[in-house]
Design a protein around this ligand. Structure first.
Ligand SMILES: C[S@@+](CC[C@H](N)C(=O)[O-])C[C@H]1O[C@@H](n2cnc3c(N)ncnc32)[C@H](O)[C@@H]1O
Length: 198
C-alpha cells in the first residue's frame, strides 16, 4: 500500500494552523481529532503544540494509511489512531480539552452529526473547545458556485452527504449546551467554527 496523500490537506494546513495557534492555549493538554483521514493534519500541526497530546481517530479502514504518516513523522505527542465513527462507536473515554475536526460534517450523515454533537455534550467538560473546519451554507444558501457544485458531487457519492447549514449546526450545538465563540472566514469558501462547552 502506498502512503495516502490528501492534496487538500497540503493546501489548507498552513491557514488552519494559524487559527489553531490563536485558539489553543498552553493549558490545553489533550486534543481529539475526529475523522483524521490520512493523519496529515496531525503530523503537520502537532509539532507546533508540544504541550498537547494529539489523539488521532477515524474508521479502522483508514488506520494503516495514518500509521504510515505517523511512522514517518515519529512524533512524541501524536497518539496512534483509535476507532471513532459517530453513529457506530462509543465516544472515546478520555479527558479532553479540545475536539478538532476538518471536512467531516458534510461526509457523515445528519443523524451521525446529531449523535456526535450529543456525545460531545455528554463527554466534554465545561470550557472544552470544539474546532470545526469545512464549508457551510448560510440561511440555506451556498456561499459560492464551487460549494454548490461540491454539494452536487457529494450527493452523487452518497445521498446522505452534503454541505450543512451553519444555523442548523449552531442550533444543534446550543440545544446540547455548546456555544459558538467564533465563526472565522477561511480561504476557498471554508470556515472555522469555534465552539465551547458551556
Ligand atoms: C473528507 S475526509 C476528511 C479527512 C481529513 N480530516 C481532511 O481534512 O483531509 C472525511 C473523514 O471523515 C471520516 N468519517 C466519515 N464518517 C464518519 C463518522 N460517522 N464519524 C467519524 N468520522 C467519519 C472518514 O473516514 C474520513 O476520514
Amino acid at each position: 500500500m502506498n502512503k495516502p496523500c490528501a492534496p487538500s490537506c497540503e493546501r489548507n494546513q498552513e491557514v488552519i494552523l494559524d487559527v489553531l495557534k490563536q485558539i489553543i492555549a498552553p493549558a490545553d493538554k489533550h486534543l481529539l481529532e475526529i475523522g483524521s483521514g490520512t493523519g496529515q493534519h496531525a503530523v503537520f500541526m502537532a509539532p507546533n503544540f508540544p504541550h498537547l497530546q494529539w489523539q488521532i481517530s477515524d474508521l479502522l479502514e483508514n488506520h494503516s494509511g495514518i500509521n504510515m504518516w505517523l511512522n514517518e513523522g515519529n512524533l512524541d505527542n501524536v497518539s496512534a489512531p483509535i476507532v471513532y465513527q459517530s453513529g457506530k462507536s462509543e465516544f472515546p473515554d478520555m479527558e479532553l480539552d479540545i475536539v478538532f475536526t476538518t471536512n467531516t460534517l458534510h461526509i457523515m450523515s445528519w443523524k451521525s452529526v446529531e449523535i456526535m454533537i450529543s456525545q460531545l455534550s455528554e463527554n466534554l467538560k465545561k470550557g472544552a473547545k470544539i474546532i470545526i473546519y469545512g464549508p457551510f451554507n448560510y440561511n440555506g444558501q451556498f456561499t459560492s458556485d464551487s460549494n454548490a457544485k461540491f454539494d452536487v458531487w457529494l450527493k452523487e457519492q452518497e445521498t446522505h452527504r452534503g454541505i450543512r447549514n451553519f444555523e442548523d449546526i449552531v442550533q444543534l450545538m446550543a440545544e446540547n449546551g455548546i456555544r459558538l465563540k467564533q465563526d472565522i472566514e477561511m480561504p476557498a469558501n471554508n470556515r472555522i467554527l469555534y465552539f465551547y462547552k458551556s
